[in-house]
Structures are given as structure tokens and as C-alpha cells.
Design a protein around this ligand. Structure first.
Ligand code: ADP
Ligand code: ZN
Length: 761
């Protein structure tokens, strides 16, 4: 018998290391060591889990052996590996870490398999670590025909009653199987009786794998397909033509809230499914879009998987397996759902494509909105980016013909856009509400309408200042002021959660002249209650909605009409549809305008437009009032006049002037350290190396900095930033690539490379 030749494989390891590693596969593992499986390998003095990428060419040098193969079947396909490689290259991140991020966390505790050799020499797979098994099973019972089984001689009526029930359900079809859970729901605790029946061979018990159901949601009967209006029909026909062609086609679907974008998604997905292909729907934050998930479930009979951050590892792993097996062909989820293992992907929808939450802010800093286009291209799928306020970079791409432009200019039901007005808050220092806003709220209350009040700041006051010595309460770890939260009686850091009890005297001079300045949602809530004592007032922000279902509760109350006035942060701006809301007041939008970030105008425009979109979605027309210290700012004037194109024209001119995207590509490097001087030195060295690479390779890349980051200290680390701007993406990447292999820094210093940063704080 010829001895199998051991083969050499390439393995990616999820550690911050450059490159992949080669290992030898011993003969007895050979049949199992397939590309896409996880392997246990020796690494230094440790054993680590790596991902087997594929065969490698023999090269010189001693190779270590793979110790175990951890999966019975590959976890990722060759096509998915190609996608992972693309991501690793683009975001300059180790492939192993990219793969680890893309696979569901629950997988890491799954059972392990070992290949053993049977007596006749054939390999057999044995499970050897079932303790960490993460697959949920359930017992299913069915009655056996009386002739096979013995007569039950058990005492009491219960056992006979059971048997009767099992037999009747057996006759009713459905394989005659009933789950233990269903029986317990009907009869209470009955495991001993069931065991007895199984013992008596009157009942058969089988154990099967089941899924946890993460999104229990009642179905309200099937939705019917709506007759599209002409704009929707035009958009739909271009999407379905692309689907019929079966090639990559990217679209920008630009339509105000209520213009019928979701209906276009639904019908497009239907076409994809009919062609035997699957669909992926990305939303910014799934907890905020239960209405959308409900609409999908009512429309489609096929398997739908819902992925979001609220799932436990086990639930996530269940959903992942359903998708992998083709049992779910529509996946709805937030950012990370982009990695859902759908096969034959036909369409990817990115709803609210302008949302910053598509960007991952730690680890692999990928952007799902951008990667949706990459995945679509690799898999020949149609990609639809939908928004009422597209990114200026997206609109620009549409104008350049790189995205197909689909426009839904008006609301479906011919609802008028809300009547809007700007309120100039200058010279009114100290007042939370201008008289016009107070009157409007009062009128709206009298008319029985609901009011949303928007303010982009949590907490009660912004900060504490001593009028005598000027001392301001600051976070010792981060370079920011602490925010007073009255509910907790504490001053809290919004970056690291550091907090102190509210002092009664100034901590610096012991004087009593301490004052709270600025205002947050908590304070606004107080003032509203004081102004309108009879109104039913609620608040929605990250503090008031902690815990599972927090959002849903507030939203439900609003829907039921048991809230008159809701105060909230941007959470209230997202795509909910509340017909009772007839007044929206923007208490302040100035905080986001003044962020030191090139996208602050764009963000403010999007935010204000979105909040405004909450008004008048029902039969009654809506009204919007925007209070601001910057009533002439183009982001606000254009938002208030519903003029996207006008805003775009100003913003794109600004971007071109200063050389920001889409006229340049950016990468931000952050160097941080506990010791101020060390962080600064490392940042200086990084900048010099970057400049040297640029000069040596003659690349047209601007290198700005290092400068202290706008948040110069966070969680005790001093932060420096270097910004790279390149007209050509390839040149920017060349600089980064050489830099990464050439830069070394002390172990205590951290380097973060953020390609296409969306925020630089
Ligand atoms: P968007 O996603 O742009 O906010 P939706 O698709 O949710 O818009 O549509 C807004 C509302 O109009 C929904 O209640 C939807 O059921 C309804 N709608 C959408 N398209 C049509 C249509 N063609 N005919 C009638 N009603 C429609
Ligand atoms: Zn802090």
C-alpha cells in the first residue's frame, strides 16, 4: 500500500502578525484537512487555532505539523476566502483576524473532531470534545404502533392520556412527532412519564438539532404586493433588468422617507428569489427597525434570518448555520451581517447607506456599505444603496455614472412635506425653548397631536463649572468634560464611563458657586414637564433604553398614543413611521455642526433631515421647527427647505476646495501611549518614515501631522494622529503597505490604521 504523501498547507492565524504560515499535514489527518477548516497548530510555545487556506508549495526549512483538524466540514468557501483576502489587503489587517471576525463567535466553542484509524485502516471521524458543544438539541416523541411496543402498564391517567395525545397527533400527520417543549407546554413537567413510555417502547424518542429563535415575532398574515407608482416602477425595472442579466450592478436609490424605497427592495428581492438567488438586507441598527423586519416576514414565506448585535453567541451561530445550509435565503442584519454565508447571492440592499454605523470602529475597521459593493462585484449581485440623504460621495459617484441613479422624488401617498421654520436662538442665551417653539407645542397638544423634541446630547447638563475659580469637572482618563446625569446623581464621562458622585462644593476651591452649564435630554425633559404639567412626557436615549426591548417599549407607547411628547437623541430620528407625530422640534443641532470633522456639515444635514422626516407621516400635515445658533449655515438652511441638491452643490464645492473625499482618499493613523513623550516620539517617527516612503517612491500622497488628536487623551492614553490624503487610492495603499512593514514601535505604543475613516476625534 503506498503511503500517502504528507502535504503542505497555508494557514492564517488570528493574531496581529504579517503573512500566513506553512504547516505539514500528517497522513492520518490528510482526508480532513480541507481548505476552510480550522486547524490546531503549534505556534511558538503555544497551540493556536488557525484557518486552513489551501495547499502551499514546498519550500526549504523545517515545518511543524498540524495537530488537529477542528471541523468536520469547511467553514468558508473559496469565494468567501477571496472576499476575506480582499478585506485584509484593503484595510491592512491580518487575514486570520479578518476570518475570525467574519465567522460567528459561537463557532469557537463548537465540538471538535479527531480523525482516528479504524481497524481496517479507513479513517473515521470521532467527536472528542462535546463539552463545549454549542448546538442545541431537542427531543421529539412519537407513538409507536401497539404491536411493536409493549402495553403501557404505568399507573395513573397521565401516562395513558399522553399516549392518547401522541397517537392522535400522529394521525394528524406532521410525522407524528411532537417536541418535548410542546408536550411540556401542554402537560407541565412530564419528563419522567415520557421516559417511562420510551422505556416501555410505546413511544419513540429521537434527539434532533434545533435552532434558537432569536426574533420571535408574530406574523400578521400575508402582505400583498403593492401596485408601484411610476417612479417606483422605473426604479424597479432597472433593478430587475440587472437581476435578469445576473451581473454586478450597483445602484443608488435616492428617495425621501415615505417615498416607497422599502417596497422597491421587497419587490426586487422577490425577483431575485424567483431566480433562485438569495438576498442580503443591511440596516444601520436592527433594534431600531422592528417594523422593517415585520414587513419582510409578512411578505415572504421563505426562511428569513435576522442577525444583530443583541443575539447571544449561540443564537448567532444557529442563524449562521441556517444560512449556510440554505434554510434562510433572506438575511436582514446590521453591519456584520455582510458576512452572512449566503450562496448564490442575487441582491444586496444597504438601507440608509449614509449611516455612520456601517463603519466598524475597532478591530478591522471595515465599512459594510463599501464592502457591500465589493461583495456584490465578487458574486455578480445587484447592490442597492438606499437613502433620503445619500452620502455626497455616493451622489457624486451616481453623477459620474459609477452608480445607477434611481430617484423617488415624492412621498407615496402624495403627503405634503412638513411645513418648516428656522428659529434664531442667538441672543437668547439660557433659554431651552424659544417662545415660538413653546407655542407650537402647546397648540399641538391642544389639537391632540404628538410632538418629538430632538437634542443631540444625553444627560442633564453638559458640564459643571465653578463660577469662583473657573474649575471644570473633567475626566482624568479622557480629555473631555464630565456630563451631569441627575438620575444617577453623578458626573459621567461619555467616552470611558468614568464617573464621580456629584460634588456639593467645588473640588478645587471648596467654594459653593458651582453651576451646571449646557443642557442634555434629561434637563430638557424636566423643563418640558414643568412647562406642560398635563402632558405625558417620555425620553429616549442610550440611558433611558438600557436593556433588551428598551427601544421597543418607548416606540410602542408612542404608537399607542400614550405619549404626547417624546424627547430624544438621534435614536428618535431613525426610520420609524408614526402617524400621530405632527410636530418636530429640533431643540439644538449645533453640537454636531461644531465637531472638528470634515463631515460635520453632511452629518448635520442628514440628521436634521431625518428628524424632520418624522413629522406628518399620517393624515394630518406636520410641522418642523429648528432652533439654532447658526441659522445661516448651509447644512441647516438646505435641510429646512428640503433641498438635497442645493446642499450637495455647496458641500461638494467645499470638498473639492480642501481636497476631501470624493476628491481624495484618506487614511488616518493614530499612535497612542500611556506615556505622553513616548506616544509623541513614536508618532514623529511614524510621520518621518511615511515622508521617506513618499519621497523614495515618488508618490502623490499628502502626509499631515502628527498632531494631537481632537480627543487628545482617551482612557488614559495620549493620542496623536497622522492623516494621509491621496488622489489615487493605489498610491495611498502603497505608502501604507511599505509603512506597515517598515515601522516598529515600543510595545507600549499602539498603532491604529484606519482606511477611509469617517470620524477623526
Ligand atoms: P420608505 O422605505 O422610502 O420610507 P416605504 O416603502 O416604507 O417607504 O413606503 C411608505 C409607505 O407607503 C408604506 O406604508 C408603504 O406601505 C406605502 N407604499 C409604498 N409603496 C406603495 C405603493 N406603490 N402604493 C401604495 N402604498 C405604498
Ligand atoms: Zn473618560
Amino acid at each position: 500500500m503506498p503511503t500517502p504523501v504528507p502535504h503542505i498547507v497555508e494557514v492564517a492565524i488570528p493574531l496581529p502578525l504579517e503573512g500566513n504560515f506553512h504547516y505539514l499535514v500528517p497522513a492520518h489527518l490528510s482526508p480532513l484537512a480541507l481548505p476552510g477548516t480550522r486547524v490546531l497548530v503549534p505556534f511558538g510555545r503555544r497551540k493556536v487555532t488557525g484557518y486552513l487556506l489551501g495547499p502551499a508549495a514546498p519550500a526549504g526549512g523545517e515545518l511543524k505539523e498540524v495537530l488537529e483538524v477542528l471541523d468536520e466540514a469547511p467553514l468558508f468557501t473559496a469565494g468567501e476566502l477571496e472576499f476575506y483576502r480582499w478585506i485584509a489587503g484593503y484595510y491592512l489587517h491580518p487575514l486570520g483576524e479578518v476570518i475570525k471576525m467574519a465567522l460567528p463567535a459561537g463557532i469557537n466553542v463548537v465540538s471538535r473532531y479527531r480523525c482516528e484509524t479504524a481497524e481496517d485502516g479507513t479513517p473515521v471521524l470521532r467527536e472528542f470534545l462535546s463539552g463545549g458543544k454549542n448546538v442545541r438539541t431537542e427531543r421529539f416523541y412519537s407513538s409507536l404502533p401497539p404491536e411493536t411496543g409493549a402495553k403501557p402498564r404505568g399507573k395513573g391517567v397521565e401516562i395513558l392520556e399522553f399516549l392518547q395525545f401522541l397517537r392522535e397527533s400522529g394521525e394528524a400527520g406532521e410525522d407524528g412527532e411532537i417536541s418535548g417543549a410542546a408536550l411540556r407546554a401542554r402537560f407541565g413537567h412530564c419528563t419522567p412519564q415520557l421516559n417511562r413510555l420510551v422505556e416501555l417502547r410505546a413511544v419513540r424518542c429521537v434527539e434532533r438539532e434545533v435552532y434558537r429563535d432569536p426574533f420571535r415575532m408574530e406574523s400578521f398574515g400575508k402582505d400583498s404586493v403593492l401596485q408601484l407608482n411610476p417612479d417606483q416602477a422605473a426604479a424597479f425595472s432597472r433593478i430587475s433588468a440587472a437581476l435578469a442579466a445576473g451581473v454586478f450592478a450597483p445602484f443608488l436609490l435616492h428617495g425621501v422617507t415615505g417615498s416607497g424605497k422599502t417596497e422597491v427592495y421587497l419587490q426586487s428581492i422577490c425577483v431575485a428569489l424567483q431566480a433562485g438567488r438569495s438576498a442580503l438586507v443591511l440596516v444601520p441598527e436592527i433594534a431600531l427597525t422592528p417594523q422593517l423586519v415585520g414587513r419582510f416576514k409578512r411578505r415572504f414565506d421563505c426562511g428569513i434570518a435576522v442577525l444583530h448585535s443583541g443575539l447571544s453567541d449561540g443564537e448567532r451561530y444557529d442563524e449562521w448555520r441556517r444560512i449556510r445550509r440554505g434554510e434562510a435565503v433572506i438575511v436582514i442584519g446590521a453591519r456584520s451581517a455582510l458576512f452572512a454565508p449566503l450562496s448564490r447571492l442575487g441582491v444586496i440592499v444597504v438601507d440608509e447607506e449614509h449611516e455612520g454605523s456601517y463603519k466598524q470602529s475597532e478591530g478591522v475597521r471595515y465599512n459594510s456599505r463599501d464592502l457591500a459593493l465589493v461583495r456584490g462585484k465578487l458574486e455578480g449581485a445587484v447592490v442597492v444603496l438606499g437613502s433620503a440623504t445619500p452620502l455626497v460621495t455616493s451622489y457624486y459617484a451616481a453623477q459620474q455614472g459609477r452608480l445607477g441613479y434611481l430617484h423617488l422624488p415624492g412621498r407615496v401617498r402624495e403627503l405634503p412635506m412638513p411645513e418648516t421654520a428656522m428659529l434664531d436662538a442667538r441672543g437668547q442665551r439660557g433659554k431651552t425653548f424659544l417662545p415660538e417653539l413653546v407655542n407650537a407645542i402647546e397648540d399641538n397638544l391642544d389639537a391632540g397631536g404628538q410632538t418629538l423634541l430632538f437634542l443631540n446630547r444625553r444627560g442633564f447638563a453638559t458640564y459643571l463649572v465653578c463660577q469662583a475659580c473657573g474649575h471644570v469637572l473633567r475626566c482624568p482618563n479622557c480629555e473631555v468634560t464630565l456630563t451631569y446625569h441627575r438620575g444617577k446623581g453623578r458626573h459621567v464621562c461619555h467616552y470611558c464611563d468614568y464617573s464621580i458622585l456629584a460634588p456639593s462644593v467645588c473640588p478645587a476651591c471648596q467654594g459653593s458657586e458651582i453651576t451646571l452649564l449646557g443642557r442634555g435630554t434629561e434637563r430638557v425633559e424636566d423643563e418640558v414637564k414643568e412647562l406642560f404639567p398635563l402632558a405625558r412626557v417620555a425620553r429616549m436615549d442610550r440611558d433611558s433604553t438600557k436593556g433588551k426591548g428598551g427601544h421597543a417599549r418607548v416606540l410602542k407607547a408612542l404608537e399607542d398614543g400614550s405619549i404626547d411628547i417624546l424627547i430624544g437623541t438621534q435614536m428618535i430620528a431613525k426610520g420609524h413611521d408614526f402617524p400621530g407625530v405632527t410636530l418636530v422640534g429640533v431643540v439644538s443641532a449645533d453640537a454636531s455642526l461644531n465637531l472638528p470633522d470634515f463631515r460635520s456639515s453632511e452629518r448635520t444635514f442628514q440628521l436634521v433631515t431625518q428628524v424632520m422626516g418624522r413629522a406628518g407621516r399620517g393624515d394630518k400635515p406636520g410641522r418642523v421647527l429648528v432652533q439654532t445658533l447658526a441659522p445661516e449655515h448651509y447644512a441647516l438652511t438646505h435641510a429646512v427647505s428640503h433641498d438635497y441638491e442645493g446642499f450637495y452643490a455647496m458641500e461638494i464645492a467645499f470638498r473639492e476646495d480642501v481636497g476631501y473625499p470624493p476628491f481624495a482618499h484618506l487614511a488616518a493613523l493614530t499612535v497612542s501611549g500611556i506615556v505622553a513623550a513616548q506616544a509623541e516620539n513614536s508618532a514623529q517617527e511614524a510621520a518621518s518614515l511615511l515622508r521617506k516612503i513618499k519621497a523614495d517612491c515618488r508618490l502623490r500622497v499628502e502626509i499631515l501631522g502628527p498632531v494631537t488628536a481632537p480627543l487628545g487623551k482617551v482612557r488614559g492614553r495620549f493620542r496623536w494622529q497622522i492623516l494621509l490624503k491621496g488622489r489615487e487610492r493605489s498610491e495611498l495603499h502603497r505608502v501604507l503597505f511599505h509603512f506597515r512593514s517598515g515601522y516598529s514601535h515600543p510595545a507600549a505604543v499602539r498603532l491604529i490604521v484606519d482606511v477611509d475613516p469617517i470620524e477623526m476625534l
